[in-house]
Design a protein around this ligand. Sequence first.
Ligand SMILES: [Zn+2]
Length: 149
Amino acid sequence: MPATPARCPECGAAWKEDLDCTACFHQMLAWETEHPDLGRVHHLMVLSYHLQHPSLYSPEGLAYARRLLDDFVAGGASPPDVRRRNRQAVDSGRRDFKITSRQGRAGGYPVPVAWTMTAVDVVAGGPQGYLANVEAWARAIHADLRGAG
Ligand SMILES: [Zn+2]
């Protein structure tokens, strides 16, 4: 009987041997360290990974991350734009929630999202395809979340 490949309970990615989503995340970080040029999509990579593993966020953090993705993908914002805006929000005390999940306070989607691209796909494209693949991944997540409502 052929072994059924394990799937990520959060993003649904089919894991290859020894390559689960956490391992993919660390592989992507390692490529960004080895090839500093790849670091320019770091913000999209971290955001994409966390949006597909929403239990890493608090419910408020997830809502914030979705707005951030929309700013980057649809609004064309750059990381400095967002940092500037965040600084203003933090200075004025408007951001009064925790981004990361705490016990019993994890983010999630009301209905499961059918993701068209996952961290496993990005890693499969290797470091040479990394920049284009991370950008495609972020755009796919934006579209998938729109489709899910
Ligand atoms: Zn996953």
